[in-house]
Design a protein around this ligand. Structure first.
Ligand code: HSE
Length: 305
């Protein structure tokens, strides 16, 4: 094969108390990267579907990750990439991570390089670090699928979390952007001991709630005491959409990653109506929004035929 096309799913990270360490892949939206093997060395970006995405390989996450995979493979050839975005830029749906993962997986596949999951994760993480910071709570679930806890980065240590099939993921994206770098700039440098203890307890209970499909446990535990309080002013309409989600019967609501997309967890039978209610919540204060009810994408990044 001289060319390979790879899909990597979008992801929601944090889910409230899992700031920088919990993420989940969702169905229905992701990024595609095609890698073509060529004789001249190095990585070039031939085309991107969105003019706002840099084609400079030093600033394009798919290219940075593909270059890392190329280096690890030891191959003397080069790669030409095409990037098709299904995920919004600066939207909080793991767009930079999905492109990075798809770039790394496509490069490894077209080079027939024997890179482990851990190698691929490090390649994607290298790219994510350049544009969004060195955290793997988006790249890990996009690569592996499902929900995962990231326990460490050097080397990456990742533990899968089972999500009960009754739990649906409802992503709602308002019509504005939040740069991850801006959202990270407002994070607190230190956290009070009491808050750290409460966050740890909430994350433990959320993981149990996800595994059991226990709506009450999810509702009580899906609260972030570290990032969301500091970031709240960046998300107009959050309070209105959140209230609407609970009124429609959602288990819990949090900012997806650095936002502005929100993620609600709900019983699958009401996922669409929770999404509509949240869109209506935004609309009431004059903001357009789109809902994406989804399931957990358990497959992760995959080579397409
Ligand atoms: N966990 C990260 C954050 C995800 O909230 O900043 C953004 O890429």
């Amino acid at each position: 094969m001289d060319a390979v096309r790879v899909y990597a799913p979008g992801t929601a990270s944090n889910l409230g108390p899992g700031f920088d360490c919990l993420g989940v892949a969702f169905t229905g939206k992701g990024d595609l990267v095609t890698a073509q093997r060529v004789a001249s060395p190095g990585v070039r970006v031939l085309a991107v579907s969105d003019p706002l995405i840099p084609t400079d390989p030093a600033r394009n996450t798919a290219a940075i990750a593909a270059a890392a995979a190329l280096r690890r493979s030891g191959s003397p050839v080069g790669l030409e990439l095409t990037v098709e975005k299904g995920l919004p830029l600066s939207g909080g749906m793991g767009g930079s991570a999905a492109s990075a993962v798809a770039g790394a997986v496509a490069a490894a596949a077209v080079l027939e390089a024997r890179l482990s999951m851990s190698d691929l994760l490090e390649c994607a993480l290298e790219a994510e670090a350049v544009v969004a910071g060195r955290h793997a709570d988006n790249v890990a679930p996009s690569l592996l699928g499902g929900a995962v806890i990231v326990a460490g980065l050097d080397p990456p240590r990742v533990t899968p979390v089972r999500v009960h099939p009754a739990v649906a993921l409802v992503l709602v994206t308002p019509d504005y952007r939040v740069e991850t770098a801006r959202a990270r700039a407002v994070l607190p440098e230190a956290v009070a001991r009491g808050e750290a203890v409460s966050q740890a307890a909430a994350l433990a209970r959320l993981v149990l709630g996800l595994e059991r499909g226990d709506g009450d446990l999810i509702r009580e535990s899906m609260v972030d005491r570290i990032a969301e309080p500091a970031r709240r002013p960046l998300y107009p309409g959050y309070d209105e959409a959140r209230a609407a989600a609970f009124e429609a019967g959602a288990f819990g609501v949090a900012v997806s990653g650095a936002g502005p997309t929100l993620i609600a967890l709900a019983h699958w039978g009401i996922a669409a109506s929770v999404g509509q209610a949240m869109v209506e919540g935004y609309r009431r204060i004059g903001l357009a929004a789109v809902a994406h009810p989804a399931e957990v994408d358990t497959a992760g990044a995959r080579v397409l035929a």
